[in-house]
Design a protein around this ligand. Structure first.
Ligand code: ATR
Length: 304
């Protein structure tokens, strides 16, 4: 098994009848994806013969690559950047969650049909439930990075769960406002929360965030800030307090400055590996219609 396959490999797939690869991830870049080790651990644990591989697929290669997996008897695939939104119009069917999120991360090959799903939002829900022993629906959530793909998936999930409160924050304020307008129907019912609105887009401003965080249980980083050593702190340390749960969708590094700040403040915290784990388990369950061996999948990931 090669480390990474390409569209050309897929075009010549018939020449490799012994290959057990019937699952994979399409991305660009894809080299650092942890999904193969996690999914192959699950397949081995259950004694299934199929294997999962990485596919380096550029934006213009997505359509032909999808056509090939339809013909090559694949079970399904995951999609990552930059394919999640583009796939929507290329599939035969898309489930409601993926349509609402505007993105597909899981494709199931059902006979001749390619059907799209999105397990990112539900994966996040499970990550919060197992990581912090609470349900999203009971939380007041502040989401940093409401303009990106991960932020959108999380915001839609918060809306579907009808969480107590959702505050959307984004560097480009306009995008947070647009998302708030789109999600407003989910928050129409009143809950008694005192002086704060249930759904709000607010500008990225320290004084504004300080006020909002006093009325927040869960803070989420869905921006890419914290991946690079040179990144500035996402929030001033003084904004973090012991009552908060802090979730960073980043998992490399495993402890971003935001999470180090959360720990120093005495807050609960978790990194994005749990979301990766749970979205992967949900994808597995869509492909095989059986419970994913989550302990084997967890053991294959670099939890410290
Ligand atoms: P994705 O690839 O997930 O679709 P992205 O375009 O990489 O998304 O952006 C992810 C999020 O990180 C966005 O919300 C982005 O804010 P903008 O909408 O203003 O671009 C946010 N982001 C990226 N760099 C940032 C920074 N230095 N400070 C704050 N937010 C940042």
């Amino acid at each position: 098994m090669k480390d990474t396959y390409t569209l050309d490999d897929l075009k010549n797939w018939d020449a490799k009848p012994k290959s057990q690869i019937r699952l994979g991830i399409f991305g660009d870049p894809v080299a650092h994806s942890l999904s193969p080790q996690m999914q192959n651990a699950a397949l081995e644990k259950l004694g299934l013969k199929e294997r999962y591989a990485r596919f380096q697929i550029g934006p213009e290669e997505l359509q032909p690559a999808l056509e090939l997996i339809r013909r090559l008897n694949f079970v399904g695939i995951n999609l990552t950047l930059p394919h999640k939104a583009a796939a929507l119009s290329l599939l035969d069917g898309v489930d409601d969650g993926a349509r609402k999120t505007g993105a597909v991360n899981t494709v199931l090959v059902e006979g001749e049909k390619l059907v799209g799903f999105n397990t990112d939002g539900a994966g996040f829900l499970h990550a919060i439930r197992t990581g912090f022993s609470v349900d999203l629906r009971d939380l007041r959530v502040l989401l940093l990075g409401a303009g990106g793909g991960a932020g959108r998936a999380i915001a839609v999930q918060c809306a579907l769960e009808n969480c107590e409160r959702l505050v959307l924050v984004n560097r480009t304020f306009e995008k947070a406002k647009e998302l708030a307008a789109e999600l407003a129907p989910h928050f129409a019912a009143s809950r008694v929360l005192g002086p704060v609105a249930r759904l709000q887009a607010v500008p990225w401003d320290e004084a504004v965030l300080r006020f909002q965080l006093a009325n927040t249980d869960l803070v989420i980083n869905a921006t890419s800030v914290g991946m690079q050593r040179s990144d500035p702190p996402l929030l001033p340390a003084s904004l973090l307090a012991p009552h908060l749960m802090v979730y960073d969708t980043i998992y490399h590094p495993s402890r971003t400055p935001l999470l180090a700040g959360a720990e120093a403040a005495g807050a609960k915290f978790a990194n994005g590996l749990t979301m990766l784990l749970h979205q992967g388990a949900l994808s597995f369950e869509l492909w095989f219609d059986r419970k994913a061996p989550i302990d084997a999948m967890r053991a294959a990931l670099p939890f410290t």
